[in-house]
Design a protein around this ligand. Structure first.
Ligand code: FE2
Length: 212
């Protein structure tokens, strides 16, 4: 089955006023759609039709021959993950397991927010900033252009898109205001906790398998 554009997990007005309907329409319906359509075309040419985005990303990481396919597959995957990293009425204080990890790694939520915002504001040019697990450590990680933590053996928990198309209609050149709005009003801590618990399940399954 071909890779398809996932629906937004909320309505086009749901993230306003922090991210407007116009931004979501352009960003999801035009930019994200274009990446997905390009992946379908290029995957066919590369003999990788019917594979998941994750599989295509892993098979094309570091390949000069397939760099265009890697870039489009990574962008398609990154955007699907970004939509799920946001929710109406999100942001604010983290809770659950992710809150414990943030306290362990960064001391306070304030300190985490400052470091995350700094990484997102100072990311040069287009890219992404992520909260990832690297081994068992919680890390703020930046990737340029289409690059993705999946290509670096890291486990993404949340992300923010800092390509200009993500914020220019709403904030023009004021990327800091967009980043702070996401931290304050939109980050979906529940999604981060789900990503952590699915890892726990995977680790437990691995332990059971290796002991059987
Ligand atoms: Fe984007």
């Amino acid at each position: 089955m071909d890779i398809t554009l996932p629906q937004l997990p909320y309505g086009y007005e749901a993230l306003a006023p922090h991210i407007s309907r116009a931004t979501l329409e352009f960003h999801h319906d035009k930019h994200h759609r274009a990446y997905v359509e390009k992946v379908v075309t290029l995957a066919k040419q590369a003999g990788l039709s019917g594979q998941t985005l994750e599989s295509i990303i892993h098979k094309t990481t570091g390949s000069k021959k397939h760099s265009e396919l890697f870039n489009n597959a990574a962008q398609a995957w990154n955007h699907a993950f970004y939509w799920r990293s946001l929710r109406p009425g999100g942001g604010g204080a983290p809770f659950g397991k992710i809150a414990e990890l943030i306290e362990t790694e960064f001391g306070t939520r304030q300190s985490f927010c400052e470091k995350f915002a700094e990484a997102a504001i100072t990311q040069f040019g287009s890219g992404w900033v992520w909260l990832v697990l690297k081994g068992d450590r919680l890390v703020i990680s930046s990737t340029s252009n289409a690059d993705t933590p999946l290509a670096h053996g890291q486990t993404p928990l949340l992300t923010i898109d800092v390509w200009e198309h993500a914020y220019y209609l709403d904030y023009q050149n004021e990327r800091a205001n967009y980043v702070n709005a996401v931290l304050k009003h939109l980050f979906d801590w529940e999604f981060a906790n789900q990503n952590l618990s699915s890892l726990k399940i995977a680790a437990t399954a691995h332990e059971i398998k290796s002991h059987s």
